[in-house]
Design a protein around this ligand. Sequence first.
Ligand code: NAP
Length: 478
Amino acid sequence: MIDSLTKKKLLIQGQWVETQEYKSLISPYSGEIIGEIPVASHEDLELAIQSAYKAKNIMAKMPAHQRAMILENLVTLLTERAEEASEIIAVEAAKPIGAARIEVTRTIQTYKFAAEEAKRINGETISLDAAPGGEGRLAYTIHEPIGVVGAITPFNFPMNLVAHKLGPAIASGNTIVLKPASQTPLSAFFIGELLQKAGLPDGALNIITGSGSVIGDKIVTDKRINMITFTGSPTVGINIRNKAGLKRVTLELGSNSAAIIDKGVDINKIIQRCVSGAFSFQGQVCISLQRIYVHEDEYEAFLSKFVTETKKLKLGDPRDSSTDVSALIHPSETERVIGWIQEAKSLGAKVVTGGLVEGGVLQPTVLVEVNPELKVSCQEVFGPVVIIDKFSSIDQAIDKVNDSRFGLQAGVYTGNIHTALDAVDKLHVGGVMINDIPTFRVDQMPYGGVKESGMGREGIKYAIEEMTELKLVVLNRN
Ligand code: NAP
């Protein structure tokens, strides 16, 4: 059973502290109250920042093997309590329990990679004598912790996306002020408890909950915070970038990811993967498959099989192991997505399946004949909606994929190596998945986008580069 019905506390300077104001946390599927969550005051936030600032030197001086050990301890503790962690995600985010279990398994992986990377944060030697005047000097670089990291996380992967901030920050000797999404604070508090047990020094992690615009603003602008690592919507991310001044900023933002299905691809082999890419966690995944472009020769077969598989998905309670699709994060989100589907219908699109709400759950929806200027195509739907369209040449398909404000990942199914490599060259995205959906991610790979999908990369090794300052040392032997 989840120990979440109690009043939660903020984590500041290694202590769980109450605040004056609380807000009920409502489960998106059942509508039940599942916790009372603190709304941090400005004073609480000030104490959290002070605490992270004070702990900076302790973490910076901690040897790598000790930082790695704390992360390894966390891996052990989380592995022991994996089912409890999955239930927390299922209840607070309405993530079907099967997907929640996968998230916990991935979170464990993320912290494992962080423990390993903590031991290999190496610089390089530089050949200064390659330049006239550089003779007789030895030069090398070191990576120093950046200091205090302000981490702001979204609701959709409440445990693993927190891990993508805490893992590399701890591995590289930083301290953290974490502000999790208001709808999913329980996952963050749970990890905070485990990290204390794992031996993380007091003050190295502070968890503050409350409104994003109030708390987030202070975290972004406070001079004692050296870096902001943000995952969330483009609107909030761009606002953060504009306010952060010279602070280091990593932004992992949204997308309307696409896949291309070339002529001659074995449709039967890929159909289930495409359906799961479109509808996993109700499409609330930053690399959810939102647009599918199929070669005209395969289009009818692909569409018919895709719809058949989509109709098999089971809607319902996220705690039920057989559920594939549950409620969106908030009823207002269901309303928004329905509005976008209705707009598309009124402007000529056809709903092949779905489009209705069943027991509070929006049906997985397939749209065709969608004008690319409609919201369901050119904006991030972040719901269980996919559009399927046809193309006659690969260049036309690539143009369709690139016709987007976003550029996170793209998928290309093809048996032709020339087509594959051509697509790699021409697609304007952070990652190209050949013979896979854009939704593929494992946690050590470099991950991030171009255009309005963000800046900087996550994936532990790459996040550590963002969370450290490169220092050059030159020894003059002349
Ligand atoms: P969101 O509304 O942007 O919220 C993200 C976080 O920002 C939350 O903690 C939120 O707090 C906080 N926030 C809100 N307003 C803020 C402000 N003015 N200043 C600072 N922080 C503020 O995003 P979401 O709805 O949780 O998540 C969905 C979005 O995340 C989608 O666009 C998705 O594509 C993107 N995403 C991207 C990736 C990636 O790696 N590229 C991964 C996952 C999700 P409150 O919850 O309190 O409002």
